[in-house]
Design a binder for this molecule. Structure first.
Ligand SMILES: Cc1cc2nc3c(=O)[nH]c(=O)nc-3n(C[C@H](O)[C@H](O)[C@H](O)COP(=O)(O)OP(=O)(O)OC[C@H]3O[C@@H](n4cnc5c(N)ncnc54)[C@H](O)[C@@H]3O)c2cc1C
Length: 438
């Protein structure tokens, strides 16, 4: 059996795959999304901490994240379609990037925020103490594992303050967000096929011609987009483009943890998200006076490469202990939950070599990638969909993106998005922090 007549086939219906489908469909293209999961957003999207923040190391990274927030703020309007399950919701609790001293990520971020007009408050130590009365403001870093002697060393100074983004926060249901995008795309004529695995990318006359599925069916289209999340490098291999890309992606294991909030405040109602490079964690409010804790992946934390379909096991005791003790140092009234109270999520990042995504064409004409999202691109789903649709239309229209990187105008803020930042053949970006704050 062979289907004909699609303009584009999208492999993957996670939050980014859904956004690519929706953005192409709303531009009038006939799309087919194929996902081997049972529905939209069952891949790494389902495990996302869904933190919305703007503290990226590159100007385009900040511009994308800042514009990306506006999609979430305008979510039902942006989608323009009903979802019988309701809509994912942006909770703007704000986020504080803790400042350890003269050196630190804030130095890179603050001038970019100033240039692009991203709102923030500078909190000195006194303001931070007022806004976060349950915090211990001492410095204990650099981050270490609780099994290392260094973890138990004395404090060596105090935090200087924080950069607070009032517009930051989190999306309350990342999987629902992917479903919302599916419904929005369908309202524009897009088709979705679930429980169907793509096993081959077909070519004719030196360019993409369609995909082959594990059930023996095929579908044809002149454009195929790999949005396979942690399966991205596997898909690139069978498409024959893996070796020709300078930046590679790999699936790595990642844990996040859920701990009870402090007894002396309602953290869900009154707390805010925090990026704490001194401790090596980020955390945010979670419904029910809980806190979601994620590691920033500092150098001491293991980066465990796992097959995209490999069993991930449970939360490790070492990860649970280290990260609950890290947050306990910052918020001593929390106490340290016991080992048998272990709660959280284990999933995969599709990590690129420099933790910056690849939104690009490939050496195979008609084959595109939106991959390497490295645990930090949920927030950019809408803007990534917009950039990919603009890129596909430009390249299919004859634009030489490799020679002249496409400049895209952001939908809500009008900021410039230099898609050269995300190209597959860049050198590893030395400006990348190589860490993640969600
Ligand atoms: C634990 C964790 C915490 C995170 N926290 C944050 C955060 O706080 N903020 C943030 O911005 N980002 C965060 N992220 C990152 C964010 O969630 C991802 O960047 C985003 O969800 C990726 O979406 P996606 O659509 O590219 O991939 P996925 O959601 O992984 O979707 C890929 C889809 O492709 C399908 N697929 C793969 N191979 C095939 C095939 N051969 N045939 C058919 N279908 C296939 C899979 O079934 C899957 O549904 C986090 C990620 C994780 C894992």
């Amino acid at each position: 059996m062979s289907d004909t007549g699609y303009d584009a086939i999208i492999i993957g219906a996670g939050v980014i795959g859904g956004a690519v489908a929706y953005e192409l469909a709303r531009r009038g293209h006939r799309t087919l999304s194929v996902d081997k999961g049972p529905g939209a957003g069952y891949g790494s999207t389902s495990a996302s901490s869904a933190v919305i923040r703007f503290s990226y190391s590159t100007e385009t990274g900040v511009a994308a994240a800042w514009d990306g927030m506006h999609y979430w703020r305008n979510w039902p309007d942006y989608l323009g379609a009903q979802d019988e399950n309701g809509y994912a919701r942006l909770v703007q609790c704000g986020m504080a990037l803790l400042i350890q001293g003269d050196e630190g990520h804030h130095n890179r971020v603050m001038p970019i925020w100033d240039r692009l007009g991203v709102p923030y408050e500078y909190w000195d130590r006194e303001t931070l103490a007022e806004r976060a009365p349950t915090f211990d403001l001492h410095l204990y870093g650099p981050p270490a594992r609780s099994t290392d002697d260094a973890f138990w060393g004395d404090a060596h100074g105090e935090l200087v303050g924080a950069l607070f983004s009032p517009d930051a926060g989190y999306v309350d249901d990342p999987q629902l967000a992917a479903h919302n995008l599916q419904r929005a795309a369908e309202a524009q004529g897009a088709e979705f096929r679930f429980r169907t695995e793509v096993v081959g990318v077909e070519q004719a006359r030196g360019r993409v011609a369609g995909v082959a599925m594990a059930d023996g069916t095929t579908a044809s289209a002149p454009v195929v987009v790999n949005v396979g999340g942690p399966h991205s490098s596997h898909i690139n291999r069978f498409a024959g483009v893996y070796d020709s890309m300078n930046i590679k992606t790999q699936s790595i294991r990642h844990e996040t943890y859920h701990v009870p909030g402090p007894p002396d405040m309602d953290f869900t109602a009154d707390g805010f998200a925090v990026a704490d490079d001194d401790s090596g964690i980020y955390f945010r409010p979670q419904p029910g006076n809980n806190i979601l804790v994620g590691t920033t992946d500092p150098p001491c934390d293991p980066k465990v490469s796992v097959g995209p379909d490999e069993d991930l096991g449970e939360i490790t005791s070492d990860g649970w202990e280290t990260n609950t003790m890290r947050i306990n140092k910052r918020m001593p009234t929390l106490g340290v939950p016991l080992a048998h109270e272990k709660k959280g999520v284990v999933d995969r990042y599709d990590k690129s070599d420099d933790w910056i995504p690849i939104y690009d064409r490939t050496d195979l004409d008609g084959f595109y990638v939106a991959i390497g999202t490295s645990g930090n691109q949920f927030k950019n789903a809408g803007v990534a969909g917009h950039m990919m649709a603009e890129l596909i239309e430009a390249v299919e229209g004859g634009h030489d993106h490799d020679a002249d990187p496409l400049q895209v105008t952001a939908r809500y803020t009008g900021l410039n998005l230099d898609m050269g930042t995300f190209r597959r053949n860049r050198e590893i970006n030395a400006d990348s922090s190589m860490t993640v704050h969600g």
